[in-house]
Design a protein around this ligand. Structure first.
Ligand code: F6R
Length: 368
C-alpha cells in the first residue's frame, strides 16, 4: 500500500527519518551504545584486528561510509569489498577478522555466497540486514537488523540510510570495547545519531525544488557526481540511482581524482553534482572541493552543490544549491543523500518512467 504516495519510492524516501529513529531505538541509552545484537560474538569481538565489509550495489556504498566512521572511531582497519569479487580472490581471513555483510533483502546470492565462504575460512560474520529471518542472517554468527521497514521499490533508499546508521552504531560499539573514544566522545556521537532523524526530515522538507530541477534536466544524457571523504560514497550512490531509475549515464567520482582524468569529461553544459564538505571540518577539505567546483565551472559545467546551511563560499560558483542542516562531518552524508534519492526519483518521473520498477532489475538478486 502506497499510503497516498504516487510511488513506493516516494513513500520510502519519506520514511527515511523514521528508519533512522527505529534503527537506533533501544540501542542508545544515556549517551552510550548497547548492541546486545552482538552478544553471540562478544568473546571474539574483543580480539578483532580487521574488518572486511562485503555487500553489493547501494549496500556496498553504505559500507564505504561505515569504513570512515569505524576507522576514525575504533581505530581498526576496515576494507570494503564487493561480495562477488571477494570470494574469488582468495582473501586473507582468520579468526581475528570480522566480516560484516550488508544486505537489505538478506537474499542477495552474491553476498550470501561470500558470507558462507568467509565462515568456512574461519572468520566471524556479522550481518546487517533489513529483513527478519532472511537467509543471510540465518547463515551469520550475529545480526544487526536495520528497522527501516519493508522496502518495496527496487531502488534502495531508506535501507541505505539505516545501513549507515547500523554501521555507525557498530563503530561506536567497537570504540567502546577498544577504549579508543572516551565516554564523553561517545556521548557526542550518540547525540548526533539522535539528532539525525529530525535533520533528515528538515532536509526532505526543504528539498521541494528538486522536482523543478529534475524537469529542467529531463533531456540530460549524462550527469557526474563528485564527493570527497564521506561525500565520495554519496557521489557513487547518487550516480547509481540515476543509472537504474532514469537510464542515463551517471558516474560518481572522488573529487580529488578529478585532475587525474575525469576533468577531461567536462564540457559546456555538463551537469555535475558536488557534495560539499562542511567548511567547519578541521581537515580543510571544504576549500579543496570549492576549488574543484571552480575548475569545472571554468570549463562551462553546470554545478549543483549539496552544501550545508550558511555555506556561502559555494554561491558564486553553483547554479543551484541544495541545503542540508548542520551536522558533524561523519553525519553530513546521511543528510546529503536524501536530496539525491529524491532527484533520481523525480528525474525518472519527469521522463515518464516507472519509478518503482525500473527495467531489467529485480528487488533482490537471487542468482549469481
Ligand atoms: C540500488 C539497489 C541495489 C541493491 C543491491 C544489494 O538502488 O537497490 O544496488 O542495493 O542489489 O541488495 P541487498 O541490499 O538486498 O543485498
Amino acid at each position: 500500500d502506497k499510503g497516498g504516495w504516487t510511488s513506493f519510492m516516494a513513500k520510502e524516501i519519506s520514511e527515511e527519518p523514521e528508519a533512522v529513529a527505529k534503527t537506533i531505538l533501544g540501542r542508545v541509552h544515556d549517551g552510550a551504545v548497547t548492541l546486545t545484537d552482538l552478544d553471540p560474538i562478544a568473546d571474539r569481538l574483543a580480539q578483532v584486528d580487521r574488518v572486511i565489509v562485503i555487500a553489493c550495489g547501494t549496500a556496498a556504498y553504505a559500507g564505504i561510509l561505515g569504513k570512515y566512521a569505524i576507522e576514525q572511531w575504533a581505530r581498526v582497519p576496515v576494507e570494503v569489498e564487493l561480495a562477488h569479487e571477494f570470494r574469488y580472490r582468495d582473501p586473507v581471513l582468520d579468526d581475528r577478522t570480522l566480516v560484516v555483510s550488508i544486505s537489505q533483502s538478506g537474499e542477495t546470492m552474491d553476498t550470501l555466497m561470500a558470507v558462507k565462504y568467509a565462515r568456512e575460512q574461519g572468520a566471524q560474520v556479522l550481518s546487517i540486514c533489513n529483513t527478519q529471518g532472511a537467509t543471510i542472517p540465518r547463515e551469520s554468527d550475529a545480526v544487526i537488523y536495520t528497522h527501516a521497514g519493508p522496502e518495496v521499490a527496487v531502488a534502495s533508499t531508506k535501507a541505505f540510510i539505516a545501513q549507515g546508521v547500523a554501521l555507525y552504531l557498530l563503530g561506536l560499539h567497537l570504540a567502546t570495547l577498544r577504549g579508543t573514544l572516551t565516554a564523553e566522545q561517545i556521548a557526542e556521537q550518540v547525540a548526533e545519531l539522535e539528532g539525525l532523524a529530525p535533520k533528515l526530515q528538515q532536509t526532505i522538507d526543504d528539498a521541494s525544488g528538486i522536482k523543478d530541477l529534475a524537469r529542467w534536466m529531463a533531456d540530460t544524457r549524462s550527469v557526474l557526481f563528485l564527493g570527497r571523504h564521506v561525500g565520495y560514497p554519496i557521489a557513487l550512490e547518487g550516480a547509481l540511482k540515476l543509472k537504474e531509475l532514469a537510464y542515463i549515464h551517471a558516474e560518481g567520482f572522488a573529487a580529488g581524482e578529478l585532475k587525474h582524468g575525469p576533468i577531461a569529461l567536462i564540457e559546456p553544459g555538463q551537469i555535475v553534482f558536488v557534495i560539499v564538505p562542511s567548511p567547519r571540518d578541521s581537515r580543510s577539505l571544504h576549500p579543496k572541493v570549492v576549488s574543484n567546483i571552480q575548475e569545472i565551472r571554468a570549463r562551462g559545467a553546470r554545478v549543483i552543490a549539496v552544501a550545508e546551511e550558511g555555506d556561502a563560499a559555494v554561491l558564486p560558483f553553483a547554479d543551484e544549491v541544495l541545503r542540508i542542516p548542520l551536522a558533524t562531518p561523519l553525519f553530513e552524508p546521511l543528510l546529503a543523500v536524501a536530496p539525491l534519492h529524491m532527484f533520481g526519483m523525480e528525474l525518472a518521473a519527469a521522463k515518464g518512467l516507472d519509478v518503482d520498477q525500473p527495467r531489467n532489475l529485480a528487488k533482490s538478486v537471487t542468482v549469481e
